[in-house]
Design a protein around this ligand. Structure first.
Ligand SMILES: [Zn+2]
Length: 168
């Protein structure tokens, strides 16, 4: 694959995957691609076919599969609508995942601070004021951190629901 796609106006440019390209001379535009270095050209099916070493018909199937479409379905308006919906759903899921990850990071960081604070009290010695409560808190928060790192998504979500209110 081209190492890195860079937007250039309405096109994308990259280093060409088909020749030893020092400067990005490979351009992807709306209907296909063209390399100003080696002259490789074609449409999206040609590109996927050449990159994956597939016949055009298999490349087309691969593209359909990636977008959750039935390969032999004609591109009717309904099929196009389904493709758009599938793409939207994919984007929405990605956004949700990213939002969840950000929330998780925030809760995790704050729990770490609580853990460190309680550890300091515990480490201050047996007579430190509030040591007993701090020791309990330390164990509890350690458990929560474990859940956020290692447990199933459902359990992680339960911790997040409980804690993002307290910590926001
Ligand atoms: Zn090229």
């Amino acid at each position: 694959m081209p190492t890195e796609l860079r937007r250039a106006g309405r096109r994308f440019v990259a280093k060409c995957p088909f020749h030893a390209d020092k400067n990005p001379s490979f351009v992807i535009f709306k209907d296909g691609f063209y390399c100003f270095g080696c002259g490789a050209r074609g449409d999206g099916i040609d590109l996927v076919g050449r990159l994956l070493g597939l016949r055009p018909v298999d490349a087309a199937r691969e593209i359909c599969r990636a977008f959750g479409l039935a390969a032999d379905e004609p591109a009717t308006p309904a099929a196009r609508r389904r493709a758009r919906q599938a793409l939207k759903k994919m984007q929405r899921e990605r956004e949700l995942e990213a939002a969840l990850q950000r929330l998780k990071n925030r809760v995790y960081c704050k729990l770490c601070l609580i853990y460190q604070a309680s550890s300091r009290v515990v480490a201050a010695g047996p007579d430190a004021p509030g040591r007993e409560a701090a020791a309990m808190l330390e164990v509890y928060v350690e458990h929560l951190l474990d859940v956020l790192q290692f447990s199933a998504a459902e359990q992680q979500l339960a911790v997040l629901k409980e804690w993002c209110k307290c910590l926001s």
